[in-house]
Design a protein around this ligand. Structure first.
Ligand code: E4P
Length: 215
């Protein structure tokens, strides 16, 4: 499973990228709003740090403006993947953009049927929002499992990108469900490194190492 960082904060991305396990980054308008920077400038900064797919989201709601916005965003950098929200206009846009070779990440996916339609339209990724589904009392991981199974059954090349991840256990569940990618907030990524028994083990080994000469 590939790991993307779900943040637009460049310091977090630098720290995460230094681990050597970050394959890409996803952003959205809410994450950008916290940064107080121009979207394009920040995406280009991210592209200079992480050499992988970097998702940037469209906000237009009508087809022609959405297509124009998506083409403009896609031209920012070769690694940019354009995020298009699920919906009637979104599907029409995905079909057109895919035919032009523009990679689309379909965002705001909340059911396997939405994922199937986005895949049929030619999306490179679908992003089921597991945390928001769980918040609403539904089973977010079920949408990941069902989407993966459907894509496998029909050999659809679209990747399932698990989004709205809220905790370290979610990442394990995503991997077990066969998600191709999980996009993870910085805090969760760093939680994944930690285990109290690792810290305790290091402490014991360092203490015992004082009892002999290392060479
Ligand atoms: C990423 O692509 C999504 O925009 C993000 O994971 C949404 O996360 P949230 O539900 O925590 O806002």
């Amino acid at each position: 499973m590939r790991i993307f960082m779900d943040t637009a904060n460049i310091e977090e991305i630098r720290r995460g990228a230094a681990l050597g396990v970050v394959d890409g980054v996803t952003t959205n308008p809410s994450l950008l709003a916290r940064e107080g920077v121009q979207y394009r400038d920040r995406v280009l900064e991210i592209c200079a740090v992480v050499n992988g797919p970097i998702s940037a989201e469209c906000i237009s709601t009508e087809l022609e403006p959405l297509l124009a916005e998506a083409r403009r965003i896609a031209a920012w950098h070769e690694n940019v993947v354009v995020k298009v929200p699920m919906g009637e206009v979104g599907l029409q846009a995905i079909k057109q953009l895919a035919s032009e070779g523009i990679k689309v990440n379909t965002t705001l996916i909340f059911s396997a049927n939405q994922a199937l339609l986005a895949a049929k339209a030619g999306a490179a990724y679908v992003s089921p929002f597991i945390g928001r589904l769980n918040d609403a009392g539904q089973d977010g991981m079920a949408v990941i499992r069902e989407s993966v199974r459907i894509f496998d059954a029909f050999h659809l090349p679209t990747q399932v990108l698990a989004a709205s991840v809220r905790g370290a256990r979610d990442v394990t569940e995503c991997a077990l469900a066969g998600a191709h990618v999980a996009t993870i907030p910085s805090a969760v990524l760093f939680q994944m490194i930690q285990h109290p028994l690792t810290d305790k083990g290091i402490e014991i080994f360092l203490r015992d190492a004082q009892k002999y000469s290392p060479v």
